[in-house]
Design a protein around this ligand. Structure first.
Ligand code: HEM
Length: 485
C-alpha cells in the first residue's frame, strides 16, 4: 500500500510530448518565456519539458515559484553543471556554480564587499552616489555630442560603457572614457554573453551540435573566447592591485577582496577566487543595468506623455540649478513607479539563470528528482492577469495609490531580481543606479525617437531581453550642470 501511495505521490510531471533527440526544442519559438507561460495554461504551473538530452522543470506564477525558492530554498539553490558555466570567470564563478559550502562562503564575500563600497555607511553611500551621478553626466555629454545637428543615434553602447564604468570604479578605482576603443570593443563582445547562458540556450543541452559546423557551435566558440578575454582584462588589473597592495589602505573592492582571501583568516577560498569574484561582479552589474537603461529610454520615447509628466515632476522637485540626488526620491514617487513599471512590463530578465535541484523535492504534489534543471519564469509572475490589471498595458500609475504614493506591496510583487538563496546580490545598488541615471537624464535632456523609422519594442531573447533597435535624439533642457563633490 505504501509503495502504491508513494508512486501516486511521485506522479510523473505533466508536460508536452518530447521528440527523440531534440525533445521540445522546436516548440520554444523566438520568445521561450511566452511559450512557457502558454504551456502553463495547459499543464499547470509546474511541468516538464525536454531540451536535447536534458529534462527540465519549468516553474511559473508567484505561488509555485515562492514555494520552490523560499519554502524549499536549499533544494532549489543549485546550478546545473553545464559546460558553458565552467568557462565563466576562469572556472571559479560564484554565480554559475552549484550549491556548496564553498559557494556560500564565496557569495558572502561578494555580498559583503559590494555592501562595503556602496551602502555600509553614510560616507560610502555618498561616494557611491557621486560616482553614479558623475557617470550619468558623462552619459549626458556623450548623448548630446552624438545628437549634434539633430542626428539620431543608438544609445545602447553608451549605456554599456556607463554601467561597466560604475563597476570598474568600485572594483578598480578607475573608469574608462566613452571613446576608449579597446574597452568599448571588449564590452561589445560581452554583449553576446546572455545568448549562451539564457534559459533555453541549446549550447549545453545538445552537445552533439559541437561535432559539425552550425550556428550553435560558433556561438559556443565565441562564448569561450569572450569569457577568456574578459577574465584576462580583470586578471591584469587584479595583478596590479596585488603588487601594490598595502594592508593599511583599502583603495577599492579588489583590495578588499584580496585582503579577505589572501591576508585574512581562512576564508575557505584560494587566491584565484579574487579574479573570479571581480569578474562575476563586473559582468553581472554591467549587462543587466545597461539593458534596463535601454528599455527606459525606449519607453520614454514611446510614451511622450509619460516623459512630459516626468519632466514636469523633476522640474518641480529639483529645479534648474542642481542635479537630482537620492534624497529627492521620496518626492519623485512617479519616477519610481515608472521604473518599476518598466521592470514589470518588459520583464527584461524573463527567466532567471537556470537553477538545479540539490536533492529530491516535492512541490505542488509533484516529485522532482535531485539534479534536475529548473527554469524560473519571472515573466509569468509579472504578466499574471489575476495579479495585474491589463498586464500587457504600460501604465506606471498602477503602482501609485490615490495620494500618488508608491504602493509597497505592488512594488514587491514585481519579480526581476529573483528570490530565495540565489536572489541577485546587486539589487540595492541597481535600484540606486537606475534611479539616479534616469533622474539625471530626465533633468538634463529630452528624448525623441527617429520619426523616419517605425518605433518598435521588438527584442532579442537571452538571459536578458534586449531591444532590437533604438534610435533617439537628445536635447539639452536648460543648462548643462556640473557634479558637486
Ligand atoms: C543574479 C537580476 C544587477 C550581481 C541575478 C539573477 C537575476 C538578476 C534574475 C539570477 C537569480 C537566480 O538565478 O535566481 C538583476 C537585475 C539587475 C541586476 C534585473 C539590474 C537591474 C546586478 C548588479 C550586480 C548583480 C548591479 C552586482 C554588482 C548578481 C550576482 C548574481 C546575480 C553576483 C548571482 C547570485 C547567485 O548565483 O548566488 N541577478 N541583477 N546584479 N546578480 Fe543581479
Amino acid at each position: 500500500w505504501l509503495w502504491v501511495r508513494n508512486l501516486r505521490l511521485k506522479r510523473r510531471l505533466p508536460g508536452p510530448f518530447a521528440w527523440p533527440l531534440v525533445g521540445n526544442v522546436m516548440q520554444l519559438g523566438q520568445m521561450p518565456h511566452i511559450t512557457f507561460a502558454k504551456l502553463a495554461k495547459k499543464y499547470g504551473n509546474v511541468y516538464q519539458i525536454r531540451l536535447g538530452c536534458s529534462d527540465i522543470v519549468v516553474l511559473n506564477g508567484d505561488r509555485a515559484i515562492h514555494q520552490a525558492l523560499i519554502q524549499h530554498g536549499t533544494e532549489f539553490a543549485g546550478r546545473p553543471n553545464f559546460v558553458s558555466f565552467q568557462m565563466i570567470s576562469g572556472g571559479r564563478s560564484m554565480t554559475f556554480t552549484n550549491y556548496s559550502k564553498q559557494w556560500k562562503a564565496h557569495r558572502r564575500l561578494a555580498q559583503s564587499s559590494l555592501r562595503a563600497f556602496s551602502s555600509a555607511n553614510s560616507q560610502t553611500k555618498k561616494t557611491f552616489e557621486q560616482h553614479v551621478t558623475a557617470e550619468a553626466m558623462s552619459l549626458v555629454q556623450a548623448f548630446l555630442h552624438q545628437s549634434t545637428d539633430g542626428r539620431y543615434f543608438d544609445p545602447s553602447h553608451e549605456f554599456t560603457v556607463a554601467a561597466a564604468n560604475i563597476m570598474c570604479a568600485l572594483c578598480f578605482g578607475r573608469r574608462y572614457g566613452h571613446d576608449d576603443l579597446e574597452f568599448r570593443t571588449m564590452l561589445k563582445r560581452m554583449d553576446k554573453f546572455g545568448e549562451t547562458v539564457g534559459a533555453g540556450s541549446l549550447v549545453d543541452v545538445m552537445p552533439w551540435l559541437q561535432s559539425f559546423p552550425n550556428p550553435v557551435r560558433s556561438i559556443y566558440k565565441n562564448f569561450k573566447n569572450l569569457n577568456k578575454e574578459f577574465f584576462a582584462f580583470v586578471t591584469d588589473k587584479v595583478v596590479q592591485h596585488r603588487e601594490s597592495f598595502n594592508p593599511d589602505v583599502t583603495r577599492d573592492m579588489s583590495d578588499a577582496i584580496i585582503s579577505v582571501i589572501e591576508h585574512g583568516t581562512d576564508s575557505g577560498l584560494t587566491k584565484e577566487f579574487v579574479e573570479a569574484t571581480v569578474t562575476d561582479l563586473i559582468g553581472a552589474g554591467q549587462d543587466t543595468m545597461s539593458t534596463l537603461m535601454q528599455w527606459i529610454v525606449l519607453l520614454l520615447v514611446k510614451y511622450p506623455d509619460v516623459q512630459a509628466k516626468l519632466h514636469d515632476i523633476v522640474d518641480k522637485v529639483v529645479g534648474p540649478d542642481r542635479l537630482p540626488s537620492v534624497e529627492d526620491r521620496r518626492n519623485l514617487q512617479y519616477l519610481d513607479a515608472f521604473i518599476y513599471e518598466t521592470m514589470r512590463f518588459t520583464s527584461f530578465v524573463p527567466v532567471t539563470i537556470p537553477h538545479s535541484t540539490t536533492s529530491d523535492v516535492t512541490i505542488e504534489g509533484l516529485h522532482i528528482p535531485k539534479d534536475t534543471v529548473v527554469f524560473i519564469n519571472q515573466w509569468s509572475v509579472n504578466h499574471d492577469p489575476l495579479k495585474w490589471k491589463d498586464p500587457h498595458i504600460f501604465d506606471p500609475t498602477r503602482f501609485l495609490d490615490e495620494n500618488g504614493a508608491l504602493d509597497k506591496d505592488m512594488v514587491n510583487s514585481v519579480m526581476i531580481f529573483s528570490t530565495g538563496k540565489r536572489r541577485c546580490i546587486g539589487d540595492q545598488i541597481a535600484k540606486v543606479k537606475v534611479f539616479l541615471f534616469t533622474a539625471v537624464l530626465l533633468h538634463q535632456c529630452s528624448f525623441e525617437s527617429d520619426p523616419s523609422e517605425p518605433l518598435t519594442l521588438d527584442c532579442s531573447y537571452g538571459l536578458s531581453l534586449k531591444p532590437l533597435r533604438i534610435r533617439i535624439n537628445a536635447k539639452l533642457r536648460g543648462k548643462l550642470l556640473g557634479v558637486v563633490s
